[in-house]
Design a protein around this ligand. Structure first.
Ligand SMILES: Nc1ncnc2c1ncn2[C@@H]1O[C@H](COP(=O)(O)OP(=O)(O)OP(=O)(O)O)[C@@H](O)[C@H]1O
Ligand SMILES: [Mg+2]
Length: 209
């Protein structure tokens, strides 16, 4: 059963040429796909359209989930709003109408899960880019989204940190996911991948991987 369907979607910013040009995509419940494209091909635009943040100029975007899609922005600074990492997590949990005691307990679990305990009392914007991405993702996952839209979610991580992040993701996250990358070397292993080029999606050749 599909959770997200894009039908012949075109998109543009005001006074700009078309960026998405009649693009179609169907994402099943629980399906996780990666989308790769060169800089400026419209990957972020595609995620914004899929999230409902940008209206398509043509075509339809259909959601079939009971909750709002969770989007991790390419620049996590744009979605970190609290004064400490712990508050950032607690804030999202409170939106789920949990009582204070449960909020504190679940926040502590999340901090441990993401290896963020040591940073829990720091200001999110003082962390490294990779840590900011982890905080933003941890907060999003507290909403238990059915659809997760990730714009280069581990672009600031490298080596062991990236491997850790990815093994956490594949072990813990079951939500339907679109995971954007800009380089073949960043494609998550084992994930179906598509290429965004010239405003449309196509399957990625095996020898491109
Ligand atoms: N808010 C905006 N207003 C006008 N043009 C925009 C806006 N955001 C992006 N663009 C333009 O739309 C095109 C696609 O941008 P987009 O950010 O979607 O690409 P991208 O594939 O995500 O790039 P990157 O790999 O650099 O993240 C680019 O030419 C960009 O300059
Ligand atoms: Mg982008």
């Amino acid at each position: 059963m599909a959770i997200l369907v894009l039908e012949d979607v075109s998109a543009a910013y005001s006074n700009s040429p078309e960026i998405l040009k009649g693009l179609s995509l169907s994402l099943e419940r629980g399906e996780q796909i990666a989308i790769i494209g060169r800089n400026g091909e419209g990957k972020t635009t595609l995620l914004k359209v899929a999230a409902g943040l940008l209206a398509p100029t043509r075509g339809k975007v259909r959601h079939f989930s009971s909750s709002n899609p969770a989007i991790l922005l390419q620049n996590p600074r744009q979605q970190l709003v609290c004064s400490t990492v712990r508050e950032e997590i607690e804030y999202t949990l409170r939106l789920n109408a949990l009582d204070d005691k449960t909020v504190a307990r679940v926040a502590q679990d999340r901090l441990q899960q993401f290896d963020l305990e040591h940073a829990s009392e720091q200001h999110p914007l003082k962390l490294s880019g990779g840590q900011q991405q982890k905080v933003a993702l941890a907060a999003l996952l507290c909403r238990e989204p059915e659809l997760l839209l990730l714009d280069e979610p581990d672009a600031y991580l490298d080596g062991a940190s990236r491997r850790e992040f990815r093994s956490f993701f594949s072990g813990q996250v079951r939500a339907a996911t679109i995971w954007i990358v800009s380089r073949v070397s960043e494609l998550p292993e084992g994930m179906k991948a598509m290429r965004l080029a010239n405003g449309v999606l196509s399957s990625l050749d095996v020898d491109e991987k």
